[in-house]
Design a protein around this ligand. Structure first.
Ligand code: HEM
Length: 221
């Protein structure tokens, strides 16, 4: 990457992605997921919707499809928008734009990158223990690793979410395949939230130490 920071398309995409992703994570935590439960005998023909993901509950009318809540509908639409944004970011990683490439996002995929990562962690560990982060010019292999893992997790969320969009049933219990996809979606979001927490914490620490990394990603800067 050059001194000017990220290329314009990456900056614009980051703003859209960050905004949609933060709203999506909040909606995902709060919404009720409509689900028809499997464990009741046939003569108990009640449809009991439950939040597979977040334990929220609302009850449907017997014999009718489980109604989708507004939160779930917003999650579905925003999820498709996010899947599109992530797809664009993935495609840009094949371009020659500054700061965009797979090589920069996945440094650990090469022996040279793994060595850089190891050396950087060894050199900077003492500072981290005192809450200090080194400026980007002293190495940004770890930061890029976190960025790459966020994009990979977001990609898995997008793929599993799109499968769920088309495969999730509000009229019958989910198939085993859909249950598996839903569990993957649920596990990966935990990882993504952890990475995002680390990302935002690192941004705050860098800004407080005067590194002004926001200028590298702000669309207007
Ligand atoms: C409050 C929200 C956020 C803030 C303040 C923020 C801030 C930043 C900053 C300052 C950078 C530049 C780092 C550098 O100098 O190298 C950056 C890069 C990046 N951020 Fe965020 N970010 C936020 C949310 C997100 C979210 C939600 C995601 C994705 C899930 C994300 C993914 C990335 C990625 C992938 C990069 C590297 C640029 C790229 O390769 O596209 N950020 N962010």
């Amino acid at each position: 990457m050059n001194d000017q920071g990220y290329a314009k398309p990456i900056r614009i995409l980051h703003s859209l992605l960050a905004l949609c992703m933060l709203v999506q994570l909040a909606v995902g935590e709060l919404m009720d997921v409509p689900e028809v439960e499997d464990e009741h005998p046939a003569h108990v023909s009640m449809l009991i919707p439950s939040a597979f993901a977040h334990e929220g509950h609302h009850h449907g009318v017997a014999g009718a499809p489980v109604e989708e809540t507004l939160g779930f509908e917003v999650h579905e639409v925003l999820g498709l928008v996010l899947a599109g944004l992530i797809l664009i970011r993935v495609l840009l990683a094949f371009s020659s734009l500054p700061g965009a490439s797979w090589g920069e996002l996945l440094p650990w995929a090469s022996a040279r990158g793994r060595k850089q990562l190891f050396d950087e962690i060894s050199a900077q560990m003492a500072g981290w223990k005192q809450g200090r982060l080194a400026p980007p010019e002293e190495g940004e292999t770890l930061a890029r690793t976190v960025h790459g893992l966020m994009i990979l997790s977001a990609l898995i969320m997008g793929v599993t979410g799109t499968i769920l969009y088309f495969g999730w049933s509000t009229t019958a219990p989910q198939t085993e395949f859909i249950e598996l996809v839903a569990s993957t979606h649920e596990v990966v979001v935990g990882g993504l939230e952890g990475l995002l927490g680390a990302h935002v914490l690192a941004v705050i620490l860098h800004q407080r130490q005067g590194h002004n990394i926001l200028a590298r990603i702000k669309p207007g800067a």
